[in-house]
Design a protein around this ligand. Structure first.
Ligand code: SF4
Ligand code: SF4
Length: 166
């Protein structure tokens, strides 16, 4: 199963991911039209600046997700196979329990309709919008094994460079 992985050392804080996420969740899916839509299309991931580093935070679709357990109306459900947590706006009463229990603080609030908003992993796309928009490949969408191999290769390359063998 593919996941979105974050490579912190590559994030330059350009916010392209946040913008692409908001546009993907607009009615028009077009940047210039999305600007004037109401309710305002919102991002589902957040790039934070901590100790001089830029860190993109997004839903990890946790195993046994606390937000799903906290939701009293069934607005949040988790697919038992893909683990993706989805939100049904019609069932949401805006009690904000999910926002309070999310360990990563990545469930937002849309005040106009008083509903929670969260990452849905872009169900209409093969590659999530945030991943596609990232110019530095700080966000990648891959299988766990593939990501581990990529990390190993990059670490090996760094070690090799330090020994000046390449
Ligand atoms: S996967 Fe889609 S919904 Fe989730 S943060 Fe990325 S762009 Fe937003
Ligand atoms: S698009 Fe990539 S580099 Fe830019 S802020 Fe998002 S994660 Fe960081």
């Amino acid at each position: 199963m593919k996941e979105i992985f974050v490579r912190l050392d590559r994030c330059v804080g350009c916010l392209s991911c946040e913008l692409a996420c908001a546009v993907e969740h607009s009615r028009s899916k077009n940047l210039f039209q999305a600007i004037s839509e109401s309710p305002r299309p919102r991002r589902r991931l957040y790039v934070e600046y901590v100790l001089a580093r830029k860190m993109p935070f997004l839903c990890r679709h946790c195993e046994d997700a606390p937000c799903v357990r906290a939701c009293r109306t069934g607005a949040l459900v988790q697919d038992p196979i893909t683990r993706i947590v989805t939100h049904t706006p019609d069932k949401c009463i805006g009690c904000w329990m999910c926002t309070m229990v999310c360990p990563y603080g990545v469930i937002g609030r849309e005040w106009e309709r008083r509903i929670a908003i969260k990452c849905d992993r872009c169900p209409d796309r093969d590659i999530p919008a945030c991943v596609e928009a990232c110019p530095t490949r700080a966000l990648v969408f891959m299988e766990e094994e593939e990501f581990a191999r990529l990390t190993r290769l990059e670490a090996a390359e760094e070690v090799a460079r330090s020994y000046r063998v390449v």
